[in-house]
Design a protein around this ligand. Structure first.
Ligand code: DGL
Length: 267
């Protein structure tokens, strides 16, 4: 079982940032990645739909032998972590808790800003994560839905992006938060513009934390792969005209070894 792959899924290709972080921390592991590009975005859809999609995504990875599943999509992790854990016999980790843990270590004033898709912010997943950690912090959430298409368009350093970011983030500047959680796969790519507005505060990009927690958990469960050079296989439910260009933006290297797949419907 140690030599089985780690399964990682996201609504699209943004979760490749998590693949990149896991690759760096666990170079010996094989990774199978599923991006549900045919049904992207998840962040604007209902809890019911995203729970169902997450079950189908996990089933795909488990059918291909995943020994561990990582929900790299913040929207899916916000609403479907519990149901996926209940339904499948493999350990599952999401991106919400590791980020919350890191933010708690960093925050000094106890005022934490969280940005994400509408589904993530309105799900209350971060409030729950901080409650579970026993943290007495004030959470200020703000959905920033336009950030996703701006990143996909490659407008990472663009006047329109600055205008949109200012509109979303200015209330945080007034509220004087000292830590900002980037609760969406796409937002770390906008770090330059976000920092221009928010200035010198703490920023949490959970992908690195997820990699570290996964490494520890694999060790604890004796599931770590002793191999030296792991592989990455990328499966996407749709190959749009510019998926490679977008994917490489997240992955930070040429995208190889990808194919289109269909998922089994859960009902
Ligand atoms: N991957 C999603 C997330 O992290 C962003 C894109 C979407 O809405 O599907 O929430």
């Amino acid at each position: 079982m140690n030599r089985d792959p780690i399964g990682i899924f996201d609504s699209g290709i943004g979760g490749l940032t998590v693949v990149k972080a896991v690759r760096e921390i666990l170079p010996g592991e094989d990774i199978i990645y599923l991006g549900d590009t045919a049904r992207l975005p998840y962040g604007t859809k209902s809890t019911d739909a995203i729970m169902r999609f997450s079950i189908e995504d996990t089933q795909f990875l488990v059918d291909r032998g995943a020994k561990y599943v990582v929900i790299a999509c913040y929207s899916a992790a916000s609403v479907a972590l519990d149901i996926v854990r209940e339904r499948f016999p493999v350990p599952v980790i999401g991106v919400i808790q590791p980020g919350a843990r890191r933010a708690m270590q960093m925050a000094r004033t106890g005022k934490i800003g969280v940005i994400g898709t509408a589904l993530t912010i309105y799900s209350g997943a971060y409030e729950k994560a901080f409650r579970d950690l026993g943290a007495r912090v004030e959470i200020l959430g703000k959905p920033c839905p336009l950030f996703v298409p701006l990143v996909e368009e490659g407008w990472l350093d663009h006047a329109v992006t600055r205008l949109v970011a200012r509109d979303y983030l200015e209330p945080f500047v007034k509220d004087d938060i000292d830590t900002l959680l980037l609760g969406c796969t796409h937002y770390p790519l906008m770090m330059k513009v976000i920092k221009e507005i928010m200035g010198d505060i703490n920023y949490v990009d959970a992908s690195v934390e997820v990699g570290a927690e996964l490494a520890q958990s694999l060790k604890d469960l004796k599931l770590a792969n002793p191999g030296a050079a792991g592989s990455t296989a990328i499966y996407l439910t749709d190959l749009s005209v510019n998926f490679k260009e977008i994917g490489e933006r997240f992955l930070g290297e040429p995208m190889k070894n990808f194919s289109r797949v269909s998922l089994k419907e859960s009902h």
